[in-house]
Design a protein around this ligand. Structure first.
Ligand code: MN
Length: 499
């Protein structure tokens, strides 16, 4: 699966010829020190490649064209060490098709009060060089991030890391391939959408397959591989007695392992990054894949239930963005509410398909009937998720454009639910359930989400900015009236943009 190691970002320092050779050599030295220093930060997840100092319009344009053509370059970090007259940047910035972050930093952290002279002031000019550059990016209407602070400070590293993770998510989204086993759950609206527009806007493709195609891949699985995978289950999970060796439902476990291997080989053969299933299309498949889906998500595959390809692509992207962070990321659904006046909460779950990367402890592997679908009892991993800050995110198709909606939540300890054998999470949305649910619904937010204990709302604000789509954030200080206004203003903004 795609990992962050395959990506790089380019570190581009702006200057001009007027300073002379000696100063430009010093600028280049400083750029090396800064890019090496950023690379050495433990939170920076993607390789930073230092590029030559830019002093002409031609060099800048060539660099931007090279960045567009380099498949592993996911974006540019720009730094105006000195003054870099911004007319020089017009051709390059107009050509640039990769995400841009403006690192507004200075080589020297402190002003050396006793020794500062004109030479020092002329060399450390980010304060006005960065403004000249920023004007041009704004004038050209280019979406970008601006990160301000000394390059050695941890908050700058953290902001840069978040931008890099988001840029990697965008890059992964562009090349993702989603397989749909069966179509949409009949009559469901929010899981539908315009796949052509999605490919134009996001880059990923969505292809449908008959469930029989998957059944053939499942049938082709070798018995010896099935046995090996069952041994892996024994090590990783606490098996229900009936699934253990000699247990009366051992054969169902065998079916489940075969299904997982069949799905995995199908996804690998087609170089897919995510997939959807639907319980209404299971012809040739004995049980709704629960365990298999939970484990494939843990390998980095995106997933959406009931044909939800938008969420499958989103979950895959989130997995790339969260790669290497603790916390876990999964497909999720707002399932049922706890509306007690002393603390309203959401119970998040799905029928089966919650990724084991979110599990708090060792999951237990169980088999129970499903009250929907009319197939054999499905296997599933049962666990409560980890606790702590998390996000729920969805992308909806409004017909002529897409909208991202993100809500920050606090995942709390789950209650014991002896008669509900599913993987589940219990959370308090920000700012509170009453406000969050009203805002989410007014924004047209879906019941399916990407859920992550590793990512934060700002990742999705940046992702939406990189994709040039709307983002509604529901966080600590959000109010319903503010979101109502945003939705109205944004519709004017985005409708005008189309013209
Ligand atoms: Mn669902």
């Amino acid at each position: 699966m795609a990992a962050l190691q395959q990506y790089e970002v380019w570190f581009v320092t702006g200057s001009q010829h007027l300073y002379g050779e000696e100063t430009l050599r010093e600028v280049a030295d400083h750029a090396r020190v800064v890019s090496t220093g950023l690379n050495a930060s433990s939170v920076v997840p993607v390789d930073i490649v230092n590029k030559p100092v830019m002093t002409t319009a031609d060099a800048i344009e060539q660099l931007c064209l090279d960045a567009n053509a380099a498949p592993n370059c996911i974006g540019l970090i720009t730094w105006m060490h000195t003054f870099s007259p911004a007319k020089m940047w017009i051709p390059g910035l107009r050509a640039l098709q990769k995400p841009l972050v403006h690192l507004h930093t200075q080589f020297n952290r402190d002003i050396p009060w006793d020794t500062i002279d004109m030479d020092f002031m002329n060399l450390n000019q980010s304060a006005h060089g960065g403004r000249e550059f920023g004007f041009m990016v704004t004038r050209l209407g280019i979406e970008r991030e601006v990160i301000v602070g000394h390059w050695e400070s941890p908050d700058v590293h953290a902001e840069l890391a978040a931008w890099m993770r988001t840029a990697a998510g965008r890059a992964a989204l562009r090349r993702a391939r989603i397989a749909r086993f069966g179509d949409n759950m009949r009559e469901v609206a929010v899981t539908e959408g315009d796949k052509v527009e999605a490919q134009i806007r996001f880059g990923y493709s969505v292809s449908g397959y008959g469930v029989g195609d998957l059944a053939a891949a499942v049938d082709a699985v070798q018995d010896s591989d099935v046995e090996r995978l069952m041994e892996e289950y024994e090590v990783q999970y606490t098996l229900a007695d009936e699934l253990k060796n000699g247990g009366e439902r051992r054969d169902s476990l065998r079916e489940g392992a075969r299904m997982e291997l069949g799905m995995l080989s199908f996804l690998k053969d087609g170089a897919f990054s995510g997939f959807t299933t639907t319980f209404e299309n299971l012809y040739g498949i004995p049980q709704l894949p629960g365990l298999a889906v939970q484990r494939l998500m843990a390998k980095g595959y995106g997933f959406g239930a009931e044909g939800d390809w938008k969420t499958a692509a989103l979950v895959h992207t989130m997995k790339v963005m969260a790669s290497g962070l603790s916390g876990g990321t999964s497909f999720m659904e707002d399932y049922t509410y706890h509306l007690h006046p002393n603390g309203m909460k959401v119970l998040g779950a799905h029928m089966l398909e919650v990724c084991e990367s979110t599990a708090a402890g060792k999951p237990s592997l169980q088999i129970h009937p499903l009250s929907i679908g009319g197939k054999d009892d499905p296997l599933r991993l049962v666990f409560d998720t980890q606790t702590g800050p998390a996000v729920n995110v969805c992308i909806v198709d409004l017909g002529h454009r897409f909208r991202v909606i993100v809500n920050s939540v606090d995942v709390t300890e789950s209650e014991n639910t002896p008669k509900l054998p599913v993987a589940k999470a219990l959370w308090k949305p920000h700012p509170d359930l009453k406000t969050a649910a009203a805002c989410w619904i007014l924004a047209g937010g879906a019941h399916h989400t990407g859920f992550s204990l590793a990512l934060r709302p700002d990742h999705f604000r940046m992702l939406a900015s990189m994709l040039d789509i709307e983002c509604i954030m529901i966080t600590h200080n959000t109010t319903v009236s503010e979101v109502r206004s945003q939705l109205r203003w944004n519709s004017t903004y985005y409708d005008q943009k189309r013209i």
